[in-house]
Design a protein around this ligand. Structure first.
Ligand SMILES: [Zn+2]
Length: 186
């Protein structure tokens, strides 16, 4: 999978998938650039996979369709940059962005079991956007799962945080990185 460290977190998430027990909202928090977003994406693939394998098996119909991205929405810096270049007419982290997100959430999944909304750098959501988002988090459609990823979770309003299952990521121990690099060379 190309993910180093975080073994405990990965098995924790795999357990969720095994039991079919998914929470309506997750918050992946921890320092910047340690792979939270990558793991969130692997988790999403696992949720959509018929075999519920973290990262997806890659070959079941659900995985193939999940790759087409019908039932997953990603809000991230790349999308926000498209607003700056005027390719996108609204700020995905603003109130209008949340409007689009809610329209997406309120239509049933096309092919997969779940509709998943990944909000990377969720602390970029404006205060108004967060308040609007709260309405759907209070009564999310049964098939909907939110994953917030943030290295500044304190910028999320308390009422959002309290509705999330927090998965806390720490720095990857240096020896894990060295072991990984060694294994790549040998
Ligand atoms: Zn699969």
């Amino acid at each position: 999978m190309g993910i180093i460290g975080h073994q405990k977190k990965l098995s924790y998430l795999q357990n969720f998938l095994n039991r079919g027990f998914l929470f309506p909202a997750f918050l992946f928090e921890g320092p910047e650039k340690i792979g939270k977003r990558t793991i969130a994406k692997e988790f999403i693939r696992g949720m959509q996979c018929e075999k519920t394998i973290l990262g997806g098996c890659g070959s079941c119909p659900a995985c193939i369709n999940a790759n087409a991205g019908h039932d997953t929405m990603v809000i991230d810096d790349v999308l926000a940059a498209r607003c700056q270049t005027k390719e996108l007419s609204y700020d995905p982290y603003g109130i209008e962005g949340v409007g689009h997100l809610m329209a997406f959430a309120h239509t049933t999944p096309l092919r997969a079991q779940y509709k998943i909304i990944l909000i990377d750098n969720a602390h970029r959501l404006s205060f108004e956007a967060q308040n609007k988002l709260l309405k759907i988090l209070e009564e999310p459609p049964s098939y909907c799962i939110f994953i917030f990823v943030s290295h500044k979770p304190e910028s999320l309003i308390r009422t959002i945080r309290s509705r999330c299952l927090v998965v806390q990521f720490g720095l990857v121990p240096r020896n894990h990185i060295l072991e990984y690099l060694d294994s790549k060379q040998s």
